[in-house]
Structures are given as structure tokens and as C-alpha cells.
Design a protein around this ligand. Structure first.
Ligand code: 5AD
Ligand code: SF4
Length: 452
């Protein structure tokens, strides 16, 4: 079918987690299988989906303001269907339809697979539809569209979370933790690799507790060994891990499984045992540091990144100093840091000892300055080393520059022939900044490739 005759889908995400990205991709693929084509021009759209995240900030308010801007589009084109999906849709539900009467569809986190039938229902009845049931039947997604096989893909191995960290809304909007059967995961991975995917990231809110409740029992490390054997897999990653589930078996796998990259995102959240307890993280500072030591003993090159929240209710200057001290000790390669924000339904939101916004802001900047120093120093330590880069494409900075990532997940830009895109290259690192490294290919390797 000619693209111009096909229905057009405009899909937009509020900044969210990788699970959010994965769901967007699934929604796109599902609608493509119904004959839709993606557009980046909102005026052309027949269907607009806003995929939302509610983990921090005033996500709900942002959505109303975005929807307000869509109202004139709907006036000009009454058959336009507008939907809100994701975590805010799950959290707010029908209220969204009342607040924005021109909204057609509210699709909760477990409704992704039902998108085509619900869009069809809106189209045929003209009525608003809200689907926020929790449905624990994890249907595998449809096969990848051949013409758009990406180099890197996410593969969700589980959904939901049972940890109920006291600040976190995820268990309420994503539901209970449930693992997909290993055979479904292996089939999906095989399908991705058949379509040319080179790097797979196993995805879940807490991947290293994978397997709980499955019959027969299987651990996350066992799953890794099985996925890693699949032919065509260049690189394997996983995210996010909970420190309490970082088992000795998994640490061994990180050290010995070839395609598994030497990078672990291990959110610590705080450096003070007192705050960790109030957060219900189920480990203390020393236990966390012991996991880091074990990881580095087994795999000295492992890159570590983390998430940290500053200004959790009751956090004193001394607690915050403990966080700074932990960051100095671990020397993370990278960090995502956030000011604590109240989320609906959470236990922490009901605490009374909240921290002043200005104090939170100051702590955040202090922490970020420290991390920046460490990141630059660690990146500069790489100068002079040759590193394996999976070349993802042409760099945004200039057309002669290629860009890719190291196994430790650092961005490297370097000059080289476009024919390298999609494969591995081994540039030498010649300069380094906080967010990227500059590489240089050896003369002989460029001429060898040109002759190949
Ligand atoms: N306030 C601030 N940051 C939060 N995160 C989760 N909930 C909150 C909250 N209420 C952060 C955590 C988590 C990351 C995805 O978002 O650091 O690891
Ligand atoms: Fe939220 Fe904690 Fe679950 Fe992560 S482990 S999703 S922070 S409840």
C-alpha cells in the first residue's frame, strides 16, 4: 500500500524509562500491523498517542497542557483519535477523560497489546474508552517489521515490581512482578537476531529477581547463559538490577559470558543506611559496597552506573555526606540523580519530615558536580586505550564522524568510513569529555577496511 493512503500515527513520549520506550515501540509495531504508518508531523496524524511516565514530577499537569494544545487539531479533524497511554493513564484513569473531553482513549500499562482493538472500538462507536485493568497474561509481541530492524533492541523479560520502595509509584502503576517464560524470551530474541539486531538489552524493573514463580524454576543468570548462546548476538545487556538480587551466580556470569557487556546499572539511591532503611531498599551501605567489591573482584573492568535520590524525607546533612562519600568510594562511571518528589499512593509521600526544595536543589548540584569530576577523570583514564565500539551511525556533530558505544556503554565518536555502521570497530581513545570520548582509527585498519 502507498504510504500516503495509509492511516498515520503520531506517537510521543513524555521522558520516561526504558520500559516506556519499549511500550512505545510495541504500540508502533502493533499499529503498523494494522496498516498504520508513523508520521513525525502531528498535523497529518489520524491517531495521536501520548505515552506517559509518572515516576517523578508533576507528570499529570504536563499531560493536560499537552492535551490542551491538541484540542484545535481535533476541532479541525473530528475523526482524529487521541489516546493517552502508560503510567499516568494507569494512575489517573477515567478522570483523564473527564478533564479532557476531546480525549478518546486511556490505555493503562497492561493494555498495550489491546491498542488495535480499542482504537477500532473508538472509531466504530465514537465513544471514549478507558482500559486500566491489570492483565497478567503476557502475550509475546508481534515479530519485528523487517524494513526497520534496529541495531539495538530492548527485550522485556518481566513486568511490574514487588519491592515497594517507599518513594516509588511503579508497583502501583505497573502491577505485580511477573516473569515471562524463558522459551518466549528466547523465541523473541531469536526473531530479533534473525532480523539483524546485534545488541539486546534484557529489560525489567528488577531483572535480577527474574524467574520468581516460574515453573520449572529458572534464575536470571541461567536465562543469560541461554540467551548468550544464540547465534548472531554480538552484545547482551540488562537493566535495571536491584542490589539485593545481585547474586554470586550473576556476578560470575558478568565475568565469564562473552557477549554480556561489562556494565552494571546498580541503583544505590542513598549512601546512608538510615535513609536506605526508610526507603525500604533492604540493603545497607556496607552490603551495597560489598556487592561492588565482589563485582570488581570478578570483573575488574566493569563499568558501574547508579541512580541516586537526594532529599528523601528526613535526610540530614550527615546522611547526604554519606551519599557523597559513597560516590567518592565507588567512583561510578555515570549517574542519574534526582530530587525526591512525592508520588501518589507511596508511603514516603505520607511522611511529614519533607526537605525544603532549596536544600534538595543544593544537594543535587553538589552531587552532580562531584559525579561530573569523577566521570571526566574515568573517561580520561581511557585515553591511549583501544576499545571495541559497536558503530551505530553517523554522529550528529558532523557527517564524517561515526558514533557508537563501548561495551561499558560510553559514547565514542570517531572518523571512519560509513561502511562501518552496524559492525564493530576498534578506535584508540584520544580525548575525553563528561558525555563522550573521541576515538581515532589506526591508518592500517582504515585502509584494510577500504580494501575489504
Ligand atoms: N522521587 C525522585 N526520584 C525517584 N525515582 C523513583 N521514584 C522517585 C521519586 N519519588 C528515581 C529512582 C529510580 C529512578 C528510575 O527514578 O532513583 O531508580
Ligand atoms: Fe520502584 Fe523500588 Fe521497584 Fe525500582 S525496585 S521499580 S525503585 S519499587
Amino acid at each position: 500500500m502507498q504510504d500516503r493512503n495509509r492511516q498515520k500515527l503520531f506517537l510521543v513520549e513524555t521522558f520516561g524509562c526504558q520500559m516506556n520506550e519499549y511500550d512505545s515501540d510495541r504500540m508502533l509495531r502493533l499499529m503498523e500491523s494494522q496498516g498504520y504508518v508513523e508520521t513525525r508531523d502531528i498535523e497529518q496524524a489520524d491517531l495521536i498517542i501520548l505515552n506517559t511516565c509518572t515516576i517523578r514530577d508533576k507528570a499529570e499537569q504536563k499531560i493536560y497542557s499537552f492535551l490542551g494544545r491538541l484540542q484545535p487539531l481535533k476541532k479541525n479533524k473530528p475523526e482524529l483519535i487521541i489516546g493517552v497511554a502508560g503510567c499516568v493513564a494507569q494512575q489517573v484513569g477515567k478522570k483523564l477523560l473527564r478533564r479532557a473531553p476531546y480525549l478518546d482513549l486511556v490505555l493503562g500499562t497492561h493494555g498495550v497489546q489491546r491498542l488495535p482493538e480499542l482504537v477500532a472500538e473508538v472509531a466504530s462507536t465514537g465513544r471514549q474508552v478507558c482500559y486500566t485493568e491489570f492483565d497478567y497474561n503476557l502475550t509475546p509481541p508481534p515479530p519485528l517489521a523487517v524494513e526497520k530492524a534496529p541495531l539495538k533492541a530492548f527485550l522485556t523479560i518481566m513486568q511490574g515490581c514487588d519491592n515497594f520502595c517507599t518513594y516509588c509509584v511503579v508497583p502501583y502503576v505497573r502491577g505485580r512482578e511477573i516473569s515471562r517464560p524463558p522459551l518466549d524470551i528466547l523465541n523473541e530474541a531469536r526473531d530479533m537476531l534473525d532480523h539483524g539486531v546485534k545488541e539486546i538489552t534484557l529489560l525489567g524493573q528488577n531483572v535480577n529477581s527474574y524467574g520468581r514463580g516460574l515453573e520449572p524454576a529458572v534464575t536470571f543468570a541461567e536465562l543469560i547463559y541461554r540467551v548468550a548462546e544464540l547465534p548472531g548476538l554480538e552484545r547482551l545487556r540488562f537493566t535495571t538490577s536491584h542490589p539485593k538480587d545481585m547474586s554470586a551466580e550473576l556476578i560470575r556470569a558478568i565475568a565469564e559470558v562473552g557477549p554480556l557487556c561489562e556494565h552494571v546499572h546498580l541503583p544505590v539511591q542513598a549512601g546512608s543506611s538510615r535513609i536506605l532503611k526508610a526507603m525500604r531498599r533492604v540493603y545497607d551501605r556496607d552490603q551495597y559496597l560489598a556487592k561492588v567489591d565482589a563485582l570488581r573482584a570478578a570483573c575488574p573492568d566493569v563499568a558501574l552506573t547508579t541512580d541516586i535520590i537526594v532529599g528523601f524525607p528526613g535526610e540530614t546533612e550527615e546522611d547526604f555526606e554519606q551519599t557523597m562519600d559513597l560516590v567518592r568510594r565507588v567512583r561510578y562511571d555515570g549517574m542519574f540523580s534526582f530530587m525526591y518528589s512525592d508520588r501518589p499512593m507511596t508511603k514516603a509521600s505520607r511522611l511529614t519530615n519533607k526537605i525544603d526544595a532549596k536544600v534538595k536543589e543544593r544537594r543535587l548540584y553538589e552531587l552532580q558536580d562531584l559525579q561530573k569530576e569523577i566521570t571526566v577523570a574515568k573517561n580520561r583514564e581511557m585515553i591511549g586505550r583501544r576499545v571495541e565500539v559497536l558503530v551505530e551511525g553517523v554522529s550528529k556533530r558532523g557527517s564524517s564522524q561515526l558514533t557508537g558505544r563501548t561495551r561499558s556503554n560510553k559514547v565514542v565518536n570517531f572518523t571512519g568510513p560509513e561502511s562501518l555502521v552496524g559492525g564493530l570497530a576498534c578506535p584508540e581513545i584520544i580525548d575525553a569529555w563528561p558525555n563522550s570520548l573521541l576515538g581515532e582509527l589506526a591508518e592500517d585498519s582504515v585502509s584494510a577496511m577500504a580494501g575489504a
